[in-house]
Ligand binder design. Structure first.
Ligand SMILES: Nc1ncnc2c1ncn2[C@@H]1O[C@H](COP(=O)(O)OP(=O)(O)OP(=O)(O)O)[C@@H](O)[C@H]1O
Ligand SMILES: O=P(O)(O)OC[C@H]1O[C@H](OP(=O)(O)OP(=O)(O)O)[C@H](O)[C@@H]1O
Ligand SMILES: [Mg+2]
Length: 279
């Protein structure tokens, strides 16, 4: 059985559980459950703290897991990222009191608060900056105001937490992070199936199917507008000189593509959701 680590709480847990559910797995019903077997799908789920997942997977105790790229790097575990999962995107940045710092070198000799000392320490060392790390569990944005640090390094999504504390981003991007699937150095069989299923969920979320009818003379221009993932399906219609086209397009481009197709001369343009996919 493939042993899969899943975040039990925090920012990643809900979407991770939802993705696994959409991928056909039977996860936990009770939020207090720590281990749930899904024998029909040949997997067993272990609900763990997101920060601990790379440690379990890197040690080989579990085969794969869902965590954040920032947590993976911070753990210094030998677990390897095998796929990005298209949620929980954030950047990892330095921030200090507005107007105080402009670049990384300004941190020389300063105190930097973070919950990610492995990630931040590695970045500072690579860049030859000697700063003291103050390790905190969370809410690090308060550390400057409270006088325990001169600057912070933390997850930034909208930037509103920083702004509320009078802090401003400066210096280089430490990391572009998002939720990832990580694997142990030698996982049990079945990782490929899990990965294909999760990719299917991502495709179903990102794409829609569009069908339209079109004078065959316009086909080349229409294919340029909707090239599809590989290539569109083109079928004959009862009406000679017309064809029916079926193709996948990015969900967020739907209305622009429909406008462009209509303008070109396509008619009966229909858009449908994709429930599941294997590409
Ligand atoms: N606002 C956010 N936007 C996107 N990703 C986030 C955000 N906050 C945390 N993350 C991601 O969540 C992961 C951290 O997991 P963690 O469980 O610590 O989340 P959390 O929301 O900080 O939980 P908690 O603070 O309740 O323990 C990291 O990969 C981090 O990049
Ligand atoms: O840029 P923003 O949209 O403001 O989001 C970023 C904030 O979200 C997370 O905090 P969380 O609520 O998880 O608290 P924590 O710092 O205690 O983990 C993260 O640690 C940042 O503080
Ligand atoms: Mg947090």
């Amino acid at each position: 059985m493939l042993k899969i680590a899943v975040p039990n709480k925090g920012s990643l847990s809900e979407t991770a559980a939802q993705m696994l559910h959409e991928a056909g797995y039977n996860g936990r019903r009770d939020p207090k459950e720590l281990i749930v077997a899904d024998p029909r799908n040949g997997v067993e789920f272990f609900y763990l703290r997101p920060r601990d997942i790379a440690t379990y997977v890197g040690s080989g105790a579990l085969d794969v897991g869902i965590t954040g790229r920032d947590l993976l790097i911070d753990s210094e575990s030998p677990a390897a990222e095998i796929a990005a999962l298209d949620f929980a995107a954030s950047t990892f940045r330095f921030a200090g009191p507005a107007g105080t710092y402009t670049d990384l070198a300004d941190l020389e000799g300063k105190r930097v608060a973070t919950s990610y000392p492995g990630l931040v320490g590695g970045f500072l060392a690579e860049n030859g900056v000697d700063a003291a790390l103050i390790k905190l569990d969370g809410a690090v944005e308060s550390a400057v105001r409270l006088g325990v640090a001169d600057a912070v390094a933390d997850v930034v999504e909208t930037g509103s937490t920083l702004r509320k504390q009078g802090l401003e981003i400066f210096g280089p991007v430490i990391l572009e992070s998002e939720a990832v699937l990580v694997s142990s150095p030698s996982p049990a069989a079945g990782v490929d199936t899990l990965l294909r299923r999760l990719q299917g969920v991502m495709v179903a979320r990102q794409y829609v199917l569009v069908d339209y009818n079109l004078p065959v003379a316009l086909l080349e221009q229409a294919v340029a507008l909707t090239p599809g993932v590989e290539s569109p399906t083109v079928s004959p219609l009862g009406e000679p000189d017309w064809v029916a086209v079926r193709v996948m397009i990015k969900r967020d481009s739907t209305n622009h593509v429909m406008d462009d197709l209509y303008e070109l001369g396509a008619r009966a343009i229909l858009v449908t959701s994709i429930h599941a996919a294997r590409i």
